[in-house]
Design a protein around this ligand. Sequence first.
Ligand code: GZL
Length: 327
Amino acid sequence: MFKKTVVTAIAVAVAFGATACGGSDGDGGGSASGGGDGTITMGFSQVGAESGWRTANTASIQESAEAAGIELQFSDAQGEQENQISAIRSFIQQRVDVIAFSPVVETGWDSVLLEAQRAGIPVILTDRAVDSEDESLYETFLGSDFVEEGKKAGEWAVENWGSQPTFVAELEGTTGAAPAIDRQEGFAEAIEGTDNIEVVASQSGDFTRAGGREVMEALLNSNPEINAVYAHNDDMALGAIEAIEAAGKTPGTDIQIISVDAVRDGMQALADGKINFIVECNPLLGEQLMELAEAVVAGDEVERRVVTEETTFTQEQAIEALPSREY
Ligand code: GZL
């Protein structure tokens, strides 16, 4: 399991050491540096376009690459690991200077990452982590602490749901994905020992609105006692709201909802009282990713783990934050 040791989490600025690191030999592992004029070429494999969070994340990466003068080879895997593996192999063939990707699931990466390492091309993990024994296969991880996000959700649940019998439907993210595994772990840890809160059903909605709606419809039929939802992302929470309303119940009142991400549509539902609490997960990783890429290609030492700064929102805070929300 990728160790969750959080090195000094420098929320925004990323401190670079002066000494060289593994991976690149300084002039980029590849010869695809924009025709030798020093332009860095990055191969980026994105999970897909499954949620509002992903859309904001992709925009941040593309805009930041342009702003940094980094040539971006962007690939959308449409949620399939084999497409990401193919894209990484293609980046190796193209001899890009650096590879970055958000692994759709935690396992199954060692072989292709070893190919990148043997080609002398450094790899940066962004957003999601991999479960690998060999941490030399990537230079750094940039993203959120998903266990902490789950804990924040669970702590709010204990504070607000702990005084009355609460039967929770958990809408899990993509099976095998780091945010799904870790958000479930953090929530369970936080509610452990609270007699009144029980997760009565937990099922993957694959981080999509349609998935959230379908799972919620099924769980409302199989578990009519459900009076609370913990959704691993806003898109599934919004789908659950559709199912709850279709069942003639009032989301946010008859069935309270905690969600994660804080994208605009989720924040609007929170402001409207249909969601009760949202834990933020910051998708705007592009600028930090490009800074890390420049450092890694230059052979500078970088932090092994750069954790992004995030907060939480109540209804009042969402009403206040919405007008200035970037995504
Ligand atoms: C979290 C990210 C998750 C979001 C979902 O960093 O990987 O994937 O929470 C997205 O909205 O689909």
